[in-house]
Design a protein around this ligand. Structure first.
Ligand code: GLN
Length: 188
């Protein structure tokens, strides 16, 4: 059976993830997910980059957040990039915004400061080696529980984590030509 991977398509750079998934594996069925009904048709999920407060509110309104939490508890692999990692966090520093609590982490939004809205640099990810990290108003992980594995740091900052088959990255592999992280996610 063809594997179906959903990308939350409420707002943000979901089209880039769909293209990256198709590039990583031509046999994959990459689908936009906006509703609990669409979520029910996929085996794995990506939550893309975007604006976490806006998408959180809309996910809550459509019942999508609740449905994602239920699928996660059944073991569905989920990967959040940037905004996606913020939405997957247990806590967001200094803000009471909607979140899914799927990763036992605290995140700080826009952590690299106003002057450095975006930058690119090499990041070394555990289990891969090096990849290009594209950071756009990126968050960092400031605290994490003992079940959380740190996959990558940038300087002193934690920028990629894993907890079971849930992954969070501060950066955007979907905006590079390197398909390896998507290939890896498909293998989970
Ligand atoms: N700064 C955004 C937020 O806090 C995330 C940015 C991104 O996803 N590229 O929601």
């Amino acid at each position: 059976m063809q594997r179906k991977v959903g990308v939350v398509a409420v707002q943000g750079d979901y089209a880039m993830h769909i293209a990256a998934l198709r590039g990583a594996d031509s046999g994959v069925d990459a689908l936009e997910v906006r509703t609990p009904e669409e979520l029910a048709t996929v085996d794995q999920l990506i939550i893309p980059g975007g604006e976490s407060s806006t998408v959180g509110l809309l996910m809550q309104r459509f019942g999508l957040g609740e449905a994602i939490v239920a699928r996660a508890s059944e073991g569905m692999p989920i990967w959040g990039t940037c905004m996606g990692m913020i939405l997957m966090a247990r806590e967001v520093e200094g803000r009471d915004q909607y979140r899914l609590g799927l990763l036992d982490i605290t995140v700080r939004r826009n952590a690299f400061g106003a002057q450095v809205h975006s930058f690119e640099d090499t990041v070394s990810v555990a289990g891969f080696g090096e990849t290009l990290g594209v950071f756009i108003r990126a968050p960092i992980v400031t605290q994490h529980g003992s079940a959380v594995e740190v996959l990558a740091t940038y300087g002193e900052q934690i920028v990629a984590v894993r907890e079971g088959n849930r992954i969070g990255t501060s950066f955007h592999p979907e905006l590079t030509d390197d398909p390896r992280m998507h290939t890896w996610f498909l293998s989970l």
